[in-house]
Write a new protein. Structure first.
Length: 279
């Protein structure tokens, strides 16, 4: 049995199919972890959702910001933007409700104690240890699976508040948690989020660092898998593994075998679905 973590697919279904052939994935034997952003921008979001949903217990998926945006378009009153045109086949599919129900039931954090690994789409603020991260993630999952999910999908957008406090309440609290787990790249030494900065390390203002570089972060010592950051690319240090290697932009789609030590990284070259810089 092998356990592989897969980077941001973003609708690149052909590349996902080829990657699974390369790693000789067998659902009855192996397991796949997906770091989120199964959909959007690539040409085959509907096919990707169907493929991963059919895997059943062989697949573990955490939600990314593009997955949440799809749910907001379908169930939260968000408007379809020009950049979302590749999501139309999902929204118009005869099996859309089953696929959306399945997607909405996914978590925003996955921790496997036996493997000693934690998976999120984006990152953790420096104030969160594993227990806090799990508790906060559970709050988002609860509202997504509860009666207020439509309101949440409308209220989750925005960059504020930028700093964690246990006293945060309501939509502000849930928005901050969601932004950390699905959008975070940079923050300052006090944990203020720099969500507007998307470029590679070195392009950000001097007061910001990648979230995983702060030496006093409480998640240091954890082994964390994440995606979301195509301009960072492959990164294996500081107890973290970055898996978004820019398939959508003509980079590669990554699978990282996480039941071996050290992990084994496999990359499938991709044909660009979009020119760089159009995200």
């Amino acid at each position: 049995m092998a356990t592989w973590a897969v980077g941001d697919v973003q609708g690149c279904g052909a590349e996902l199919d080829r990657l699974l052939e390369v790693i000789d994935f067998t659902p009855a034997r192996d397991r796949l972890w997906f770091v989120g952003d199964l959909v959007n921008r690539g040409p085959r979001s509907l096919e990707v959702l169907r493929t991963v949903e059919r895997l059943g217990d062989a697949a573990v998926v955490v939600l990314g910001n593009h997955d949440l945006h799809l749910l907001a378009l379908a169930r939260g009153g968000a408007r379809l933007r020009p950049a979302d045109h590749e999501l139309r086949p999902v929204l118009e599919a005869p099996d859309r409700e089953r696929l959306l129900d399945w997607l909405q039931a996914r978590a925003v954090l996955h921790h496997d104690a036996a493997l000693g690994r934690t998976m999120v789409h984006a990152g953790l603020p420096p104030q969160w240890d594993l227990e806090t991260a799990q508790s906060c993630a559970a709050e988002v999952s609860k509202v997504l699976r509860g009666k207020e999910y439509e309101a949440f999908l409308g209220e989750m957008y925005g960059n504020h508040p930028t700093h964690w406090s246990e006293s945060l309440k309501g939509w502000d609290r849930l928005r901050f948690i969601t932004n950390c787990l699905t959008r975070l790249r940079y923050c300052d030494v006090n944990g203020h989020l720099g969500l507007e900065h998307k470029g590679p390390p070195g392009s950000q203002p001097k007061h910001l660092r990648p979230w995983f570089e702060w030496p006093d972060r409480k998640s240091r010592g954890m082994r964390i898998l994440f995606g979301h950051w195509s301009t960072l690319g492959a990164y294996d240090a500081d107890g973290v593994h970055a898996l978004d290697t820019g398939c959508l932009w003509g980079g590669s789609l990554t699978a990282l075998r996480i039941d071996t030590d050290p992990p084994q990284r496999i990359e499938q070259d991709c044909a660009a679905a979009l020119p760089p810089g159009t995200d």
